[in-house]
Ligand binder design. Sequence first.
Ligand SMILES: *Cc1c(COP(=O)(O)O)cnc(C)c1O
Length: 462
Amino acid sequence: MSVKVFLTEDEIPRQWYNLAADLPSPLNPPLGPDGKPVTPEMLAPVFPMNLIEQMVSTQRWIDIPEGVLEILYLWRPSPLHRAVFLEKALDTPAKIYYKNESISPPGSHKPNTAVAQAWFNKQFGIKKLTTETGAGQWGSALAFACALLGLECKVFMVRISFDQKPYRKLMMQTWGANCVASPSTETQAGRDILAKDPDTPGSLGIAISEAIEQAVTDKSGTTRYSIGSALNHVLLHQTIIGLEAKKQLEKIGEKRVDVVIGCAGGGSNFAGLSFPFVNDKIHGAEIDIIPVEPFSCPTMTRASFVYDHGDAAKMTPLLAMHSLGHDFIPPPIHAGGLRYHGMAPLVSQGIIEGLLTPRAIHQLESYSSAVLFAKTEGIIAAPETSHAIAAVIQEAKKAKEECKEKVILFNMSGHGLMDLSGYDRYFQGELEDYALPEEEIHAALENIKDLPKPQLVKSGKW
Ligand SMILES: *Cc1c(COP(=O)(O)O)cnc(C)c1O
C-alpha cells in the first residue's frame, strides 16, 4: 500500500482546467460603476491584458507556459499522501488522501498563482507588482514569485498583522519585497483613513484599495496589481493541484473519489483541488464536493448571492457572489485567510447549481482536528487548513457509521509554522466558538441593498 504518490516532472499537467467552459449555467458578468458589464479595457490599468484574457475566458483548457512550469518544478508536482495514521486513529473504513501544498517554499498553495501572475506580467512588460496581504501568506507568495522573476514587489500589509506577525514580513523582506503597514501615508486612500482614525488596525479592504491605487497611479505604466484569490484566473492557476491529484489517484489504482474537501476563504485552493472533479460530477459522477468555512465568517452557508465589491473602497468591479457585504469586518479568528466577505464567483455559481455543498466549522473543532492531524500525520496545519481537516474527520466518522469504504480527498493548503500563536491561545483555553448573530448579517447587507441583483440561474440537474 502506498503512503505517498509522486509524479515525475514529465508527468506534470501542461494545461490548466477552466470550469467556466463547463458550468451548465452562465456566470453573471462583473459590472462596472455604471451597472454595465466591465470591458477588458476598463480593467487594463489594474491587470495586464494577458491575465484579463484568462479572467474572462471560457476556453476549457489553457496552456501552462514552459517558463511557469520551470519555476513550479522547484516543488511541483506535489505529493499525494494517504493519511494512514489518521485513518487508524479514527478507526474508519474510509481512505483519506491529501494533496500536500504546504511544501512550496512560502508554505502554501498560493505560489501556484503568484508564479503564473508574475510570469504573465513580466511577459507584458510590467516591472512592478503591488498587492495586499492580511496574515502574510499571499504577500510572501508574491514576494517569492517576484524574486524568481526579477520583478519589484510592494505589499500593503494590514496594520494589526504587520505588528503582530513579524515573521511573514521578514520572509517578504528576504525575498526582496517592500512590505509596509496599511493604512500607509503613501496613498490617498491610506492618508484619508489615517486622518480620520490614526490608530486604526487596518483591514484587507483598505489594503486592497491602497495596492490598486498605487498600481494605477504609477505614471510609467509599468506597475500592475496582483490578487491572491477569488477571480477566475486565480482559480484557474490553482487547478494544477486537482489535475495532479487525478493522475496520482489513477497511478495507485483508485478508480473513484466519493468526497472532495477544501477550506475556502476566497475559494482558490478549494477550487484548485475540486474543479477537475466538478467536471466529473457534471458528467455524471457521484461526488460530494465540500467547501469549508468558519462559522464566524459564513459567506457560503448564510450570506446571500448578490452583486458586491471585492474591497471596502469599492474600487473593484461588482462581482456576482455570496457576500456578507464589502463593509463586513469578520471577528478576529486565527484563520486569517478565511476572513473574507465574499466568495469566488465560480464557486458561488457552483453552489447555486447544487454541485457544491458548503459546510461551516467552529474554531475549537478546527483546532482540535488540527492537533489530532499533527499527532497522527505529523504536519502542523495552517489555521485555515484545519477547517478542511475538521470536515474530513466528520466525513470519516460518517463513513464508519455507514460502514462504507469511502475515498476522501482533501487539500492540505498550507502549514501553520508561522501561525503557532493561534495554537498557543487554543492550548491556553483562550479561544471560543463564535457564530455570527443574524442581526449582524442583516446590518452588513444593508449597505449593498441598492446594488444591482444577479440573476439566479440554475439548470436544476443537482
Ligand atoms: C490564503 C489561504 C487559504 C484561503 O484562501 P483560498 O483562496 O480560499 O484558498 C487557505 N489556506 C491557506 C494555507 C492559505 O494561506
